[in-house]
Design a protein around this ligand. Structure first.
Ligand code: CA
Ligand code: CA
Ligand code: CA
Ligand code: CA
Length: 504
């Protein structure tokens, strides 16, 4: 008897704690039930009832006008994130144009933890389009435009947030000297990560890592593009700073001490009015690997002293045109301005920027365009230093786009079987997907999966692979959280990487 009462009580508790799915639509009502058939009208209402971690709020496509800040304050867990998603296949436009211009008037504030926000276009907020002071959040495939301050700002100790495949553009404050595209700045925390993001034509800087009073925090940018900053939407030059990647700096009282450790991998800066890669008095470590700069006022300007214990590392980077200035303390290897390289227009397939601000691929990743990709025969191909990033051919290339030309016909004659890593299917997946590959010679091969932070989460294959055999492997990810992962196949000197997307 007692046991059965206990079981009943337990089952009631379990029901109460079940994650829910709520819907919001332009045709909805906040007095409705929040179901697919009877959706809410506002995200704020959905948030107020979304109390259980793992709960999903789907917002149906369309335009929503808001004049007050949407605050996401709930605390999820790594296994049960709160999700605020545009309904699959739809896009949500958040119109804040009726919001007064004022520092407190952010569009969305994420003060909570473990939120996954996806598929929103945030327009004309009275300050930041989005402000994050929480941690462990994922913001994916969102855009921030024409806001009256920085598009997406992280401060207030925001830590370990992942910003994936987002765009920030045409942001401009009234004075033009504040609005950046993305700003992990001021009292920001550590461990924030940007992947596949673009910032263009913001009145101040593309990225800004200016600190006050935070010190010794680390931010990583990978595969990000920054261009045309320091210009207004009209195309006129702004009176803002106009830098691409501004890596740090502090105010007058602490400019000599603050360290923003910046890691930039496969990043691209072009056509920024002032500097492409700008130190701005940052005293922390700066690591630039396989970055490219073209036609910025100055391409690289990293020459002020850094604090004892900090390092400046610049490897496999490219400058088309004069590179700028690096401090003598820089640890450099195989950069395009070093001997024996000769860089000119002919090293690149195209210098035409058309499409660089254009639509993304269906999965939200950056468009694939010929701009600044190395032309076949360039002396920058296979001429780089192995810095631990995946590469094709015999060595890493210089610059942000690794080329993939057939290296030599002699291998084709001797080894008819190809080294090939296939795209996983299905993709996106939950929780099982298939990864197939073949190798060009019989030798040990390893297939590994990494998260967006580069941490290995699984070894799928680690043994002898036989040439001419197509291996099909199941990858089961029920223990992992939603997001983008990378899988690599390595065998001998060959290595190939692809992306996969877990969507729970
Ligand atoms: Ca402001
Ligand atoms: Ca700035
Ligand atoms: Ca050349
Ligand atoms: Ca290569």
């Amino acid at each position: 008897m007692r046991v059965s009462i206990l079981l009943v009580l337990l089952s009631l508790v379990a029901v109460n704690l079940q994650a829910q799915t709520y819907y919001v639509a332009t045709t909805g009502s906040d007095s409705a039930a929040g179901t697919f058939e009877e959706p809410f009208r506002t995200i704020t209402k959905a948030h107020s009832v979304a109390t259980v971690p793992g709960t999903t709020i789907y917002v149906r496509g369309g335009s929503y006008a808001y004049s007050t800040t949407i605050v996401l304050s709930r605390i999820g867990t790594s296994d049960n994130m709160f999700k605020l998603h545009a309904y699959p296949g739809e896009r949500v436009f958040l119109d804040f144009s009726s919001m007064p211009v004022a520092d407190a008037n952010r569009g969305i504030r994420i003060t909570g933890r473990y939120w996954h926000v996806k598929g929103f276009d945030i327009w004309k907020a009275g300050d930041n389009g989005m402000h994050i002071s929480g941690s462990f959040n994922i913001v994916e495939n969102c855009s921030f435009s024409e806001n009256y301050d920085t598009g997406l700002q992280l401060s207030g100790n925001a830590s370990y947030n992942n910003i994936i495949n987002c765009d920030s553009y045409f942001n401009a404050d009234i004075g033009q000297g504040n609005a950046d595209g993305f700003a992990p700045k001021l009292d920001v925390g550590t461990g924030n990560y940007f992947y596949g993001c673009r910032a263009w034509q913001n009145s101040d800087d593309g990225w800004d890592g200016y600190l006050r009073p935070a010190d010794n925090v680390t931010t990583t940018l990978e595969n990000c593009w920054v261009f045309h900053n320091g210009y207004l939407k009209s195309g006129a030059p702004s009176v803002g700073n106009g830098n691409g990647f501004k890596m740090g700096g502090g105010d007058n009282t602490n400019a000599d001490s603050l360290r923003h450790n910046m890691i930039l991998i496969n990043c691209l800066a072009f056509d920024n009015r002032v500097k492409g890669y700008d130190q701005n008095n940052n005293r922390g470590s700066m690591t630039l690997l396989n970055c490219t700069a073209y036609r910025n006022g100055t391409n690289y300007q990293i020459s002020s002293p850094i604090k004892s214990g900090s390092t400046l590392t610049v490897k496999n980077c490219v400058s088309l045109g004069f590179y700028g200035s690096l401090g003598s303390f820089a640890i450099q290897a195989t950069n395009s301005w070093m001997s024996p390289f000769v860089v000119n227009d002919a090293d690149f397939i195209s210098l035409d920027t058309t499409g660089m601000r254009g639509p993304r691929q269906a999965d939200g990743s950056l468009p694939i365009l010929p701009f600044m990709r190395l032309a076949q025969g360039s002396d920058l191909i296979d001429a780089g230093t192995n810095v631990g990033l995946p590469f094709n051919g015999t060595a890493p290339d210089l610059g942000c786009f690794e080329s993939d030309y057939p290296t030599s016909v002699r291998y084709a004659i001797d080894m008819p079987a190809a080294f090939k890593l296939e795209q996983n299917y299905p993709n996106p997946f939950n929780p099982v997907t298939t990864i197939a590959f073949t190798v060009d010679r019989t030798q040990p091969a390893m297939l590994e999966v990494f998260n967006a932070l580069g941490q290995k989460v699984a070894t799928v294959f680690d043994r002898l692979a036989v040439s001419g055999t197509r291996y099909e492997l199941k990858f089961e990810a029920s223990h992992l959280s939603s997001g983008m992962y990378f899988y690599t196949l390595s065998s001998g000197n060959n290595k190939e990487m692809k992306k996969l997307m877990l969507l729970k």
